[in-house]
Each structure stands twice: as structure tokens, then as C-alpha cells.
Design a protein around this ligand. Structure first.
Ligand code: NAD
Length: 493
């Protein structure tokens, strides 16, 4: 797109589009073609501090927090309606910015709408309690918002993962600052315009685009930030946790995964193959909860692999905007390189690439960040491709000879986000689920979640939990109020 006709996006602070103190911009490329199609303002630490000041003032001076929750319920339902009315516009923007297929983007934006509705429904049901105490006393708790909450999002589900934590924070009455990933800020900036139209007061919802080291750290390392909801890589999560520990503020950390998919001998292999395919090739494998390690009973390894290879080779790879594309490009050339690096290293270490594994060398797919669905066999726990998160469309295959061995291989990882089990025997499925060290387990299904179900990682996959009723509690604090009402006198006789 010619430079003059590219849409330009600004930061959103205090209910207004602002250019950022340094007046810096950068171009945003389409991952399918690497051609720039938009420009976006890039903020720095000063913009982060400005947003903190504006949000803190709005929290204290607007009645967003002090009104009863009904007002927030109405505003969030209005916002959900506005996003739904513009679902196609959002989906096209997400696809152009992130690369995912238009079908995936439509699903994501639908999830955003549902998340807003779910938390809209909770905003007027945040209640304290009364607690019986001795003497002439009355005791109650009140549930309060925290103040300014900071939300740092990754690039794989740009708007969905931002709204996952923003919606409960807003429902609870906080003032929110979102820092989207530098690669994918556009849908969040479009969302900000609608937040204003929905009646969310100026300063209660802000978006600051910029690097993690400048904007992200300035937001977290400031007295006005009362909590951080972080979704991203383990290294950055640890860095945020260090700052938060020094500042004594809570965080939720939603980090990476290395999802085991345990297929038992009695599984329905046709269903399993479809579910496994979705779980690793969906969003071009750029999913924290991807089922990237296939652990299959040796007795059904060959027929399952045959089905998976057929599925991988039939999958239509193409630009996300093409209506029949089933898998889009990776988000950036760097991500494409990083994924290929894992595959090459595994091959050099003796693994066999059953299908895929190389970039496209001619035709339109060679112009973008595309990779084919890839299956790597002959790997073991010493290979980096089995131990580390690849974050691309690459399935590593291992097999086991007993359910016991399958469980221990599944748990042989630093991560614990989502694990899958495929079997026709539900009693065994539940027994295996109990022993898997993962925050989420799916039985006979691809990775699946809803706004009302917890999304949580164990061990290296994170701390705390998003989604569901309990997520809202994280954005509140509970105050105990004890009142001495004096000696209670009975009614005069
Ligand atoms: P990343 O950690 O590089 O970046 C995430 C966000 O943190 C970005 O907005 C980035 O700008 C910001 N950031 C970077 N350095 C920072 C710093 N020092 N201080 C503050 N903020 C900083 O992750 P990514 O590459 O954008 O996303 C991919 C990772 O996210 C994968 O590991 C994936 O598994 C994980 N992820 C987890 C979940 C989950 O729910 N568990 C969901 C999606 C993605």
C-alpha cells in the first residue's frame, strides 16, 4: 500500500488519540506479504508515565469505581455490542496484522464479545459479606477495585488475550492501561475507540504502544501501578515478577507451554487426528497451549501418524485473508527463522522430518512468513524440540509402551499449561487427567476454553489464573470493617 494511503494509528490516552511524546512512528507489515499496510505511533517511558498519571486521576476523580456496578455492567454490554457490530472489521484487521486466517480471527473476536458479556454480567454482583462477631459489634467486608491495573499482551491472540484480563479489571472498577505487543497493536487501538463510544470514562481505558523494555517496564515499575496481568514468555514473566516482588504488588503470569497429547491404544484415531491437527496447526502453531508433543501408545503409532501426515499435507496454507486458507503465515520473519532453527537442529541430531520442515522457495507463499505443517519423528527428551516451546506448526512425535510411561513422559517438562488425553475409556481418562501436572486438561477434544472456565498454567507456565469468576477477584481487594455499635439494648418493655 502506498505510504500516503496507509491508515495511521495513535496511542490512546485519556480518551484521546495522541501521537506520543517522541512523535515516532513505524510501519506495520502484513505477514502474508511483508508489505507495510499501516503506520502506528510508538511511545516511550514518558508516555507510559503520562498514561499512569491520567489513569490514576481518572480512577480517583471519575465515578467509574464508586458508582454501583450496574453502570459498569451497562457500559461493558454496550462495548460488547459495538465490537460485535464491527466483528468483520476487527477480524480483517487482526488477520492483516497478525496473519491468522480470517476464520480464526472471526472466532477470536467472537470470544472477545463473549468475554465482555461474561464480565458485564458479573460487574453488579461484586459483594462483600457480614461476619458474626462477639460483643456489641458489627463486622462486614467490602470489595474494592485496586486502582490502576497494567495489562501486557503478546502477539498471538492480540485482542482476545488483552480483553481476557481487561474485561474483569474494568468490571471490578479499575482504571486500565494496556500495552499490546509491538508487532500487533492495531486491534487494541481500534477497540479503544469503541470503549470511549460505549461510555467508559476518559482515562479509565488507555493503550500505550512501545517496546517492552521502555513502556512495559515503566508501567510496571511505578507506584501508581497496583497489579500486572502479563501474558507472554517465561523470561519476561520472570523479569516482571522481580519488579513486582520489589514493589509488593500481585501479578498473574500466563506463560508458555509444551503441551503433551497422550493418545492411548483404544482412542478413536480419526477423531484424535483431527483434534491433534487443530491443536498444533491452528494459528500456525503459535499457541501457548499448542499440543506440540504427541505421546502415542506404540501399538497405534503407525496408523495415527499416517492420518496426521495425510491431514498435514492436505491443509491449505495461504494468506489469512483468503477465505479457504486453513493455516496462515507466522507473525514475523524472525519467528519463521526461529521455528526453522528448531527443525534444523532436530534433523542434525538425527530426527526425521516426516512432512514439511522447509520454507517455500517459490510462488506467493515464498513472499510471506509461511511454513508448511511439519511433523518430526525420532525425537527424545534430550532434543530441544521436545523440551522447549517452538511456537510454530511443528509436532514432535514420541511413543510409550504403558499408560504409566505415557504419564511420566507427559510430565517430563518444565511447563504445565494444557495436556490432552485421547481414549474411549473415561475412567482411565479421568485417572490420567488427575496425574497430569497441567493447569488444564482436555479429554477427547482439541484445546478448548470458554470465558467462564479458568485458564491457568502450573509450574513454568505461570502463576494465577485468567477467565472465570475467580479472575475478577484478582482485580479487587477485600477490606474488613469492624464497628463497635455499643451495648445492644432490648426494646423497652
Ligand atoms: P514476550 O514475552 O516477548 O512479550 C509479551 C509482551 O511483553 C509484549 O507486549 C512485550 O512487548 C512485553 N515485554 C517484553 N519485555 C518486557 C519487559 N522487560 N517488561 C515489560 N514488558 C515486556 O512474548 P511474545 O513473544 O509476545 O508471546 C509469545 C509467548 O507468550 C509464548 O511464550 C507463549 O507461550 C506465551 N503465551 C502465553 C499464553 C498463556 O495464556 N499462558 C497465551 C499466549 C501466549
Amino acid at each position: 500500500m502506498a505510504a500516503a494511503t496507509r491508515p495511521a494509528y495513535s496511542l490512546f490516552i485519556g480518551g484521546a488519540n495522541v501521537p506520543g511524546t517522541k512523535n515516532e512512528t513505524r510501519t506495520v507489515p502484513d505477514p502474508s506479504t511483508r508489505e507495510p499496510f499501516a503506520t502506528v505511533a510508538v511511545g516511550g517511558a514518558d508516555d507510559a508515565r503520562h498514561a499512569l498519571e491520567v489513569a490514576d486521576k481518572a480512577f480517583r476523580e471519575s465515578n467509574w469505581a464508586s458508582d454501583d456496578g450496574a453502570r459498569r455492567t451497562k457500559a461493558l454490554f454496550r462495548l460488547a455490542g459495538l465490537v460485535e457490530a464491527d466483528l468483520e472489521g476487527f477480524a480483517q484487521l487482526e488477520t492483516q496484522n497478525q496473519g491468522k486466517t480470517i476464520r480464526e480471527s472471526r472466532f477470536d473476536i467472537g470470544f472477545v464479545v463473549r468475554t465482555l458479556e461474561y464480565h458485564a454480567g458479573l460487574a453488579d454482583k461484586i459483594e462483600g459479606e457480614t461476619i458474626p462477631v462477639p460483643g456489641g459489634r458489627f463486622d462486614y467486608t467490602s470489595v474494592e477495585p485496586l486502582g490502576v491495573t497494567v495489562h501486557i499482551a503478546p502477539w498471538n491472540y492480540p485482542l482476545l488475550l488483552a480483553v481476557r484480563s481487561i474485561a474483569p479489571a474494568l468490571a471490578a472498577g479499575n482504571a486500565v492501561i494496556l500495552k499490546p505487543a509491538s508487532l500487533t497493536p492495531l486491534s487494541s487501538l481500534r477497540f479503544a475507540q469503541l470503549a470511549k463510544s460505549a461510555g467508559i470514562p476518559d482515562g479509565i481505558f488507555n493503550v500505550v504502544v512501545g517496546s517492552g523494555s521502555a513502556v512495559g517496564e515503566a508501567l510496571v515499575d511505578d507506584d501508581r501501578c497496583r497489579t500486572v496481568a502479563f501474558t507472554g514468555s517465561g523470561d519476561v514473566g520472570r523479569r516482571i515478577q522481580e519488579i513486582a516482588a520489589r514493589r509488593m504488588i500481585p501479578t498473574t503470569l500466563e506463560l508458555g507451554g509444551k503441551g503433551p497429547v497422550v493418545v492411548l491404544a483404544d482412542a478413536d484415531l480419526d477423531r484424535a487426528a483431527k483434534g491433534i491437527g487443530w491443536g498444533i496447526f491452528g494459528n500456525a502453531g503459535q499457541m501457548c497451549w499448542a499440543g506440540s508433543r504427541l505421546l502415542v501408545d506404540e501399538s497405534v503409532r503407525a496408523p495415527l501418524l499416517e492420518r496426521l501426515v495425510a491431514l498435514a499435507q492436505k491443509l491449505k496454507v495461504g494468506p489469512g485473508s483468503s477465505p479457504d486458507a486453513e493455516m496462515g503465515p507466522l507473525v514475523s520473519p524472525e519467528q519463521q527463522e526461529s521455528v526453522l532453527g528448531f527443525v534444523t537442529e532436530a534433523k542434525d541430531a538425527g530426527a526425521s522430518i516426516v512432512t514439511g520442515g522447509q520454507r517455500y522457495t517459490d510462488g506467493p507463499l515464498s513472499q510471506g512468513n509461511f511454513l508448511p505443517p511439519t511433523i518430526v519423528d525420532g525425537v527424545n527428551a534430550t532434543h530441544r524440540i521436545v523440551r522447549e516451546e517452538v511456537f510454530g506448526p511443528v509436532l514432535a512425535v514420541q511413543s510409550f509402551r504403558s499408560v504409566e510411561e505415557g504419564i511420566s513422559m507427559a510430565n517430563e517438562t518444565q511447563y504445565g499449561l494444557l495436556a490432552s488425553v485421547w481414549t474411549r475409556d473415561l475412567a482411565t481418562a479421568h485417572a490420567v487427567a488427575r496425574r497430569l501436572e497441567s493447569g488444564m486438561v482436555v479429554i477427547n477434544d482439541p484445546p478448548t476454553t470458554f470465558p467462564q472456565t479458568p485458564f491457568a498454567g502450573f509450574r513454568g507456565s505461570g502463576l494465577g489464573s485468567e477467565q472465570g469468576r475467580r479472575a475478577l477477584e484478582f482485580y479487587t481487594r477485600r477490606k474488613n470493617v469492624m464497628v463497635n455499635v455499643g451495648r445492644l439494648k432490648g426494646p423497652a418493655k
